[in-house]
Design a protein around this ligand. Sequence first.
Ligand code: PLP
Length: 393
Amino acid sequence: MDTLQFILDERERLEQAGLRVGVRTVESAQGAWLRVDGRRVLNFSSNNYLGLANHPRLAEAAREAIGQYGVGPAAVRSIAGTLRLHTELEETLARFKGVEATLSFQSGFCANLAAIPALVGRDDLIFSDELNHASIIDGCRLSGAPVVRYAHGDCASLERKLAENPPGPGGRALIVTDGVFSMDGDIAPLGAIADLARRHGALLMVDDAHGEGVLGRGGRGVVDHFGLHGRVDVEVGTLSKAFGVVGGFVAGRGVVIDHLRQKGRPFLFSSALPAADTAAAAAAVEILEESDTLVRKLWDNARYFKERMNGAGFDTGASETPITPVMLGEAGRAQEFSRRLFERGVFAMAIAFPTVPLGKARIRVMISATHGREDLDFGVASFVEVGRSLGVV
Ligand SMILES: *Cc1c(COP(=O)(O)O)cnc(C)c1O
């Protein structure tokens, strides 16, 4: 009896259901076009919203940091891993986000694993949007606090759950939501959620991974988009999407950030962000502070693409942002759609269960400021060809 038979069985099950993830390999620098598995293809798949992942100023900042500090951090932040570069990045981010302080982490995923268990524990309660990102879900689990899920983006549902589940004696409530939902591209109703948090004395945390560099003035994020400065207790961010590098951070009042230096386990027990990434991320924030040109280009592109796709008969779901889902239903159909797009030179990934609910498979198109009009036109034309061949439009 093969002790790993359960893995082979699961693999067979995923294959049958069209849910097995195929991983493609990128063989070029990031940009509007990529070399993937030996083919030149239009890039509709990366989170490089502003084209910063391959920006000469970021690359130069990284090279300079390596020259000065070398490659590895060689320690956790709390022992010998905190570089001048980290504190400079954190100050730059705080200024950009309009908060008292920030703390950087190795990734956005780590930032959630650090923040949530530092805020709540077994005697507290978490109210979590049912479509929250996996790293929020895992942070909630690690905290040990019971989780009450509310209907996606639904304040009436949240209000009902808050009323039905008062925290026990001495217990706290935490409301946590994505700012922009990564698979649908819709925006959380953060103003109404902040009102509910205030009314119920709950802490409020938002994960702005897909809002930074995209929403708000010059890409300052979802809190700025809704004018809610000072009304959200904790913001989690990533340096890995619009900022074009890798890493994450938490933003908020000085007391919160100081608390995370004492209690954030990835800060205490996992090595620091490397010098090159830290310096490159700071350069990215500086570029956004200087000009909103890239953010405006991103939105122009997103609007143009969505209009053309809707005009061609495609359903782009609830998207309000450059994340553009093309809804296709069954996983097998989405996979086949993605394969045919790739053959025509368009790299757009199919997304299916468990990343999105069963029966809601889609192609997720990520629009970026690097795309030109002719790229977007080529993308739409390819979608129409494949859509016709599969009877979708
Ligand atoms: C992408 C994402 C993360 C993870 O960010 P990384 O920096 O890639 O670890 C966390 N939360 C949300 C909502 C995300 O979309």
